[in-house]
Design a protein around this ligand. Structure first.
Ligand SMILES: NC(=O)c1ccc[n+]([C@@H]2O[C@H](COP(=O)([O-])OP(=O)(O)OC[C@H]3O[C@@H](n4cnc5c(N)ncnc54)[C@H](OP(=O)(O)O)[C@@H]3O)[C@@H](O)[C@H]2O)c1
Length: 194
């Protein structure tokens, strides 16, 4: 089985955005050193429309060949006319309201989200699945998550959109690695204890 990895940016107090989900307060920490890390280690998590202007469109995928996101996260770029934000990956968008896909590279998952993600995990591939968020989708897929890669930015928000839109339950993860950056950003990787 290949891994489902929730790769997510959050505040020190565990929020992935403001109460509406806007994560732009974190973006200023993507400085030269941190961007170099993302480019080297997780190039496929940089969206296509961000890679093209930087001339890094052809960077090979290192960890993931598939991305799954919720419709609300996808909507952010769709509103700007971007229909395939991760054109270098196979893209899946969970939605019960998008009746048809706006792009040939994007497959809509309308029913049996967990079953479809299990099928994707069972595929034979050397690369894993990038769970992009947001909160609702991560909450629904919590039981399927095998790995967390949490980019923690040095801010406290007090409130906001939680990392998981799920009810209370305790799930144990083991810390695998921590990377620190000069500007105070941390990247922690955890694997699920099953
Ligand atoms: N900090 C970060 O790194 C980061 C990363 C990603 C996103 N975000 C933020 O997260 C926010 C969005 O998160 P969110 O929690 O509001 O929404 P979301 O998880 O992105 O999307 C929720 C939507 O996914 C669909 N969905 C959920 N469960 C489903 C199921 N079982 N079957 C079919 N469809 C399902 C539904 O779409 P329909 O309503 O169409 O049915 C639901 O409304 C954005 O504002 C974004 O900025 C932050």
């Amino acid at each position: 089985m290949r891994k489902l990895t929730y790769f997510i940016a959050c505040s020190i107090d565990g929020f992935i955005g403001d109460p509406e989900g806007d994560a732009s307060a974190m973006m200023r920490f993507v400085d030269e050193e941190f961007f170099a890390f993302l480019k080297a280690e997780y190039p496929e998590t940089l969206p296509t429309h961000g890679r093209r202007p930087l001339g890094i469109d052809d960077l090979p995928n290192r960890r993931f060949d598939t991305v799954v996101q919720g419709r609300a996260s996808y909507d952010i770029v769709l509103k700007d006319g971007i229909t395939s934000p991760y054109a270098h990956l196979r893209e899946y968008v969970a939605s019960r309201t998008l009746s048809e896909s706006p792009d040939p590279n994007v497959e809509i998952i309308a029913d049996d989200l967990v079953g479809r993600v299990r099928e994707l995990k069972a595929e034979d591939s050397g690369l894993g699945i990038y769970l992009c968020g947001g909160s609702v989708l991560a909450g629904e897929l919590l039981d399927e998550i095998d790995e967390l890669v949490i980019k923690t930015y040095p801010i406290v928000q007090g409130s906001g959109m939680p990392m998981f839109g799920a009810g209370f339950s305790v799930t144990e993860f083991a810390l695998e690695s921590v990377r620190t950056f000069k500007n105070g950003v941390l990247v922690r990787t955890y694997s699920r204890q099953r």
